[in-house]
Design a protein. Structure first.
Length: 317
């Protein structure tokens, strides 16, 4: 998870966990979180649900998720139902302040090391900051230049493929129709032009898959405005009886598994996911179930785009 304070990393992770539980149940897959991690994420989901506990259109913004105080890894075991887990996924969250100007060199180096060691990098984007007032708050809120610099350093001499997910969140207001969804994708590309330009050249262009996955973080809650002098967003419920209803939050996980399966099927370099190939190869049913789950990736629809590296997202038979 790569993003500054307040951009929505923890909310994205919590809703992704919440929705992937309901989606995975349709396949012969069992996603089992570490018990302590499950408790923590469940508490965060309850906080998001409480946004809708008020009467009328004004949500209870005080009930939202507060900033992360320290780094934490959230572990999930993946396997067939009723069987010993075969694969482990780890999502890492940390205080956004660790990549900001006030961060110490040790904190920034820790984050760079995390990026180097991660197979997938999820970048949440505060959509109102990107789109409102012609992107007035984008550079200060989403820090695209800093993220570009961070990835530039962390991905030097890239030894193996990486998946980079640009995830506009809090985007409920901006994907009401096809024209709006196309505009959102265009503005993401414009807002991260330096990063995308860097990722498109040389070895990075060969090994980096880059996708855009809009996420309606809580659903039925929309940006409603902000003071003229600073970014202090106000949100409103879409109707008085609106409820917590995230949409597409599981899509990053679908892409992660689709990316992993592509590497699993690659025979050009035995170092790519060698252990994963051995494990999944011994459990064909798990491979088929994971394949079915990954097939649910949205591409070229509803604002979802594969910008480069489509070959790393093409699953092998």
């Amino acid at each position: 998870m790569l993003g500054p304070s307040g951009v929505g990393k923890t909310s994205m992770l919590a809703t992704m966990y919440d929705q992937m539980e309901s989606v995975v149940v349709r396949e012969d897959l069992q996603l089992t979180p570490d018990p302590d991690d499950a408790d923590e994420l469940d508490r965060k989901i309850v906080q998001l649900q409480r946004l809708f506990a008020t009467d009328g259109l004004k949500p209870d913004m005080a009930a939202g998720i507060s900033g992360t105080a320290d780094w934490r890894a959230f572990d999930f075991a993946l396997g067939r139902r009723g069987k010993k887990p075969t694969l482990r996924l780890e999502f890492v969250d940390y205080p956004g302040g660790w990549i900001e100007d006030s961060a110490g060199s040790q904190q920034r180096e820790w984050v760079r090391g995390l990026i180097r060691d991660s197979d997938a990098i999820l970048i949440p984007i505060d959509t109102p900051a990107l789109l409102e007032r012609n992107g007035l708050w984008h550079r200060s809120r989403n820090r695209p230049d800093f993220i570009h610099n961070m990835l530039q350093l962390a991905l030097e001499d890239l030894p193996s493929p990486r998946l980079i997910i640009l995830a506009p969140i809090r985007c409920e207001r901006y994907i009401r129709d096809g024209v709006s969804r196309q505009m959102l994708g265009k503005r993401v590309v414009e807002g991260y032009d330096k990063l995308l330009g860097h990722l498109s050249f040389g070895r990075l262009g060969e090994l980096a898959a880059v996708v855009i996955t809009p996420i309606q973080t809580v659903g039925e809650l929309e940006y409603h405005g902000s003071p003229k002098d600073r970014y202090l967003p106000v949100f409103r419920k879409q109707q008085a009886d609106a409820k917590y209803n995230p949409i597409d939050s599981e899509q990053p996980l679908r892409y992660v598994i689709r990316f992993a399966l592509r590497l699993h099927g690659d025979r050009r370099d035995a170092s790519y996911f060698r252990m994963m190939r051995q494990l999944l190869g011994s459990d064909r049913y798990l491979l088929e179930a994971a394949n079915a789950f990954a097939t649910g990736c949205k591409t070229d629809e509803d604002g979802f785009l594969i910008l480069q590296g489509a070959e790393w997202l093409t699953m092998q038979p």
